[in-house]
Ligand binder design. Structure first.
Ligand SMILES: NC(=O)c1ccc[n+]([C@@H]2O[C@H](COP(=O)([O-])OP(=O)(O)OC[C@H]3O[C@@H](n4cnc5c(N)ncnc54)[C@H](OP(=O)(O)O)[C@@H]3O)[C@@H](O)[C@H]2O)c1
Length: 380
């Protein structure tokens, strides 16, 4: 039995993690979890899983839940996220919280020697060097949950790093893959949230539409697999059946395939190096699929992907700026404060004015993150 701490239990990944735990009650126990503001779902999860510790975002919700569930321990705010992350009885942390708020809990959990199933890509983008260094020092495994990184991780099992030629991340293209840049001038939030293949949280769905999601994944892959940016390619693949691939020196390519279902990589991160059956999974039938399509990535069409390669190659504090500007710009778009195409303009402006500082400390990263968000707000 593996005991789990889960950050972001009310989100898309969080709820699918709960599905896995529900499907395998003899293998997994949910001991601690955090939510943001969705207290209705939190209540249901508390009744179903009887966790020992729950963190909420606001203190008022914390007080209310304490009255309702006297047997559960409640905590709140950013400190609460850390308490859940380091919960002493948990064997593994599933970090599925949204945004760079996940950084501190990740670092603290690593210091406590917890294995980490990492969905929260913003943490690796904003401070990959700190997370990877801490993981190495504490001998803690970072198990990818993102479907692309799980695919690469699976393709690399039993392989030697020295034999890798390149990583090929596949990209569905998001909600607007068949539209030109001109078509995007007046798209609505609702249209942007309509992803053709995946049902995900709002922020990552917008990131997919701008292609920033793939950019964040390029930086995530750089850190998780210690791969230079020249060896990470992106290929447009509309069907999201091939989740990503690794090419080796001998020209062999190993790919991982499946129907788009995040529960597969979530479960693999929880069971690695073993696997468990997924009885409710929709199995891939390639004869029914018939054809798979691939296209070269158009970096002029998807400028956010260009920005991510630029920020990743520049390194230091530049990826922190990329991530913070993107988080703030996407939030502004979702709130109806800016148009879709302004997201990339804002990110470009933030990157252009920033002088990257090498090898930043945690406090430098926090300072740059805060300052970038202030800059974005000054533009709105
Ligand atoms: N969804 C996917 O299929 C997918 C795939 C690969 C990677 N990821 C990554 O996984 C992470 C989560 O994505 P998601 O789509 O699951 O997001 P989501 O549906 O928006 O869920 C985010 C979760 O984080 C909580 N949260 C947000 N801000 C918080 C804060 N300041 N303090 C405490 N809790 C906070 C939310 O709480 P409330 O809702 O209760 O407010 C919710 O539980 C992201 O980093 C994303 O890039 C997602």
């Amino acid at each position: 039995m593996k005991t789990i701490s889960l950050l972001g239990a009310t989100g898309s990944i969080g709820m699918q993690t709960a599905d896995i735990i529900r499907e395998h009650p003899a293998e997994f126990k949910l001991a601690a979890f955090s939510v943001g503001k969705n207290i209705e779902i939190a209540r249901k999860l508390i009744v179903e899983f009887s966790p020992e510790l729950v963190s909420v975002q606001d203190t008022s919700d914390c007080h209310r839940l304490r009255q309702e569930f006297p047997k559960t321990k409640f905590t709140y705010g950013n400190e609460g996220l850390i308490e859940v992350a380091v919960y002493e009885k948990s064997d593994i942390l599933v970090n599925a919280v949204l945004g760079s708020v996940g950084l501190h809990p990740t670092l603290q959990a690593i210091e406590c020697g917890k294995a980490i199933a990492i969905a929260n890509k913003e943490t690796l983008v904003t401070a990959g060097h700190l997370v990877m260094e801490a993981a190495r020092k504490n001998n803690v495994p970072l198990l990818p949950v993102d479907s692309e990184h799980s695919a690469i991780f699976q393709a690399l099992q039993g392989e030697k790093d020295k034999n890798i030629e390149r990583i090929i991340l596949t990209a569905s293209g998001g909600s607007f893959r068949d539209r030109t840049r001109q078509d995007l001038e007046n798209v609505t939030v609702q249209e942007a949230l309509n992803h053709p293949n995946w049902s995900m949280g709002a922020k990552i769905t917008i990131d997919s539409a701008t292609m920033m999601n793939k950019g964040l994944e390029v930086i995530e892959a750089h850190w998780l697999f210690d791969m230079s940016y020249d060896k990470i390619d992106v290929l447009l693949h509309k069907e999201s059946i091939i989740h990503s691939m690794v090419e080796f020196h001998d020209s062999s390519i190993i790919a991982q395939l499946g129907t788009p279902d995040m529960r597969v990589p979530i479960q693999y991160a929880l069971t690695y190096p073993d696997r468990l059956p997924r009885l409710s999974a929709k199995r891939l039938n390639l004869a029914n699929v018939g054809r798979l399509h691939f296209e070269e990535m158009d970096y002029e069409r998807f400028r956010c992907l260009q920005f991510a390669y630029f920020a990743g190659r520049k390194g230091g504090t530049m990826p922190t700026v990329l991530n913070a500007a993107n988080e703030a710009a996407v939030a502004a778009f979702l709130e109806g404060k800016i148009r879709f195409m302004q997201i990339e303009d804002i990110i470009e402006a933030a990157l252009t004015r920033h002088e990257a500082m090498d090898n930043p400390s945690l406090s430098m990263i926090e300072e740059v993150d805060k300052e970038t968000r202030q800059f974005v707000h000054s533009l709105l």
